[in-house]
Design a protein. Structure first.
Lengths: 317, 328
């Protein structure tokens, strides 16, 4: 076992994918010569050459759609959209082609496409570069949404996504890029949530960049922390098992509260565990404002450990 | 190339679609129905120039393209009925005819949405070292979309084996080309990306065929090419279109250039076709149409219990990781 950063884990996952299957190629903006905006793909152009590590122009709509076409054509494309903010330019290809082609064709085709993108706020990048839109994508049948928050998931979720016959969007969290940990498992699944900390008083349900915040808060409230890992499909079994034990739940989600993923999880708990709960489900989400630049204002807009602790304690009052 | 085969195929599209319009009025076909009537020379000339191994990406006005790609007329008709025997199992309808076995990657109903996908299919062929080309059909309206410009740039930059067939029927739904695009010389737009271009009379099936043949050959060896085919839609945009945006006189003028009428007249003048032979071909085509309708009528409705199938690809149990648990 070796201790590596989340960033290095992502790079190792990419390298292994390119080395182990010649149908796999990587394309996106500045993935090659520049080495990746977050240096995730550094060195891969030199190792695998320009056919398989392709720098694209700033044409998110076209190169995501080309990923769809290349997947239909028998390849295993990994498309990097630099950040989720720019994925808005490619929504048509993700929503109308990647997600729908299988169903719309009566099951004749599969689209084994992987789209990777960085996501989340917390680095004073202001409103246009601080979106957390995983919940939007998780709304759509036909695609799967992966949110690696640990070193193991950063290392191995890409391989699992490539092995999956359907389109998988993998969200990567720059807020976690410098976190370190041991690589253990040799592979991971794309279907289950995981309990990251045992606790007995309250279940804190979260994913991605909020996981360390939830773990920190859990220390103060004897919380059980669930890392969703997959935002579609959702593993309700793991959530329900924990909530039936703690009888309280706080959903922590960097997305906005209105119409978001936390609302979905809260609704499912109401539908499936209403009589197991001792208190209403609480939510800690981003405030309903564009994410501001100034540091203190940005911190105030995002979920923070103190807010999670306060929400958890409010359930025991 | 048999000129009679070209005529027959144009007629097959025409008669099939006339029947579709009738069935639409009868309530058998619902949703949107975009007829290709008047434009048959384009699909016919192009599809006859392609190899069976080539990929095809089409638009929501794709009944003719699907038919000439080899999708049985009955499967197309059943699809429009929404029957399980349809070429997309009744999940797609008129705008989403698919046949993966014939590399027909669908009717795409988002204008311009097929272009990036076609470029990706072409990229796959190139990376696999194949010589198949990818044919992408779209209207001139799509050329105002960003997807067109981004795809042109990438296709040329990476010299992808793709033929971009622009079916210029002069109207993007109800908006005339000159009212919506600052540059109406469509080839100039493709040329701006350094792409080779060709232009042909889309009302003349042999001219289309020759242009498509040359374009396919070029794409297979040298890279992408843009082909403008000037044509005209005789019918409304869809079944809901009152046609307020064009003069009846203009439509009548274009009808004089009707691709089937003019081509059959030419074949007769050249001594390749008699009126009796034409009637015999037409009767044969009508029988195919009748059989297609009978096939669709006899088709079955997919049980509602199957509603959620084909959202995701079934993964065989053996492929499951033993770690896997959880639920949807």
């Amino acid at each position: 076992m070796s201790v590596i950063t989340y960033r290095e884990a992502l790079r190792q996952g990419l390298r292994e994918a390119l080395a182990s299957d010649e149908r796999v190629f990587l394309m996106g903006e500045d993935v090659g010569k520049y080495g990746g905006t977050y240096a995730v793909s550094k060195g891969l152009l030199e190792e695998f050459g320009p056919e398989r590590v392709r720098d694209t122009p700033l044409s998110e709509l076209a190169f995501v759609g080309m990923g769809v076409g290349a997947a239909l054509g028998g390849l295993r494309p990994i498309v990097e959209v630099m950040t989720v903010n720019f994925s808005l330019l490619a929504l048509d290809q993700i929503v109308n082609n990647a997600a729908l082609l299988r169903h719309m064709s009566g099951g004749q085709v599969s689209v084994p496409l992987v789209v990777r993108m960085a996501t989340g706020a917390g680095r004073q990048l202001a409103a246009q570069h601080s979106h957390s839109l995983e919940g939007w994508f998780a709304h759509i049948p036909g695609i799967k949404i992966a949110a690696p928050a640990t070193i193991d998931d950063a290392r191995f979720m890409l391989g699992a996504a490539l092995a999956d016959p359907d389109p998988v969007l993998v969200f990567e969290y720059p807020a976690l890029f410098e976190t370190k940990g041991e690589v253990s498992a040799g592979r991971v699944d794309l279907s289950s949530a995981r309990v990251r900390r045992q606790g007995s008083r309250v279940t804190l349900i979260t994913y991605g960049g909020c996981l360390p915040k939830a773990l920190q808060a859990a220390e103060e409230v004897d919380g059980e922390v669930i890392d969703l890992r997959m935002l579609r499909p959702l593993d309700m079994g793991t959530i329900l098992e924990s909530v039936r034990k703690t009888r309280r739940a706080v959903v922590v989600d960097e997305g906005w509260r209105s119409g978001g993923l936390a609302a979905e999880i809260s609704a499912r708990l109401m539908e499936q565990a209403f009589y197991d709960l001792d208190a209403p489900v609480a939510r800690v989400c981003s405030e309903e404002v564009p994410i501001p630049y100034a540091r203190h204002m940005e911190e105030a807009a995002l979920p923070q450990p103190a807010k999670i602790v306060a929400a958890a304690r409010s359930l025991s009052a | 190339m048999s000129r009679l085969a070209l005529l027959t195929d144009m007629l097959r599209i025409r008669r099939m679609e006339e029947k579709c319009a009738e069935l639409y009025s009868a309530g058998k076909i619902r949703g949107f129905l975009h007829l290709y009537i008047g434009e048959e020379a384009v699909a016919t000339g192009c599809m006859h120039a392609l190899d069976p191994e080539d990929n095809v990406v089409a638009t929501y006005r794709e009944h003719g393209h699907a038919l000439l790609r080899g999708v049985p007329m009955g499967a197309i008709m059943a699809e429009m009925y929404g029957k399980r025997e349809g070429c997309s199992r009744g999940r797609g309808g008129s705008m989403h005819l698919f046949d993966a076995s014939r590399r027909f990657y669908g009717g795409n109903a988002i204008v311009g949405g097929g272009l990036p996908m076609a470029a990706g299919l072409a990229l796959a062929e190139k990376m696999k070292g194949q010589t198949h080309v990818t044919a992408c059909f779209f209207g001139e309206g799509a050329m105002a979309e960003g997807a067109f410009h981004e795809s042109m740039n990438l296709a040329q930059l990476w010299t992808l084996p793709a033929v971009f067939f622009c079916e210029n029927n002069l109207y993007a739904m109800g908006t005339a080309l000159a009212r919506s695009q600052s540059q109406t010389d469509l080839c100039a737009k493709a040329a701006a990306y350094g792409m080779a271009t060709l232009r042909a009379d889309g009302m003349d099936v042999t001219a289309v065929h020759e242009a498509a043949r040359r374009a396919r050959e070029y794409a297979a060896g040298k890279g992408p090419i843009f082909v403008e085919l000037r044509t005209y839609r005789f019918r409304a945009h869809s079944m809901f279109d009152p046609e307020l945006y064009r003069d009846k006189q203009e439509v009548e003028e274009w009808k004089k250039r009707g691709p089937i009428h003019n081509f059959s007249a030419r074949l007769k003048a050249d001594g390749e076709l008699t009126e009796a032979q034409f009637l015999e071909i037409d009767a044969r085509v009508m029988r195919e149409v009748d059989e297609a309708v009978a096939f669709a009528e006899a088709g079955t409705w997919e049980p509602v219990e199957d509603l959620t199938r084909d959202v995701y690809t079934p993964i065989p149990p053996s492929a499951h990781d033993p770690l896997v648990r959880g639920s949807a």
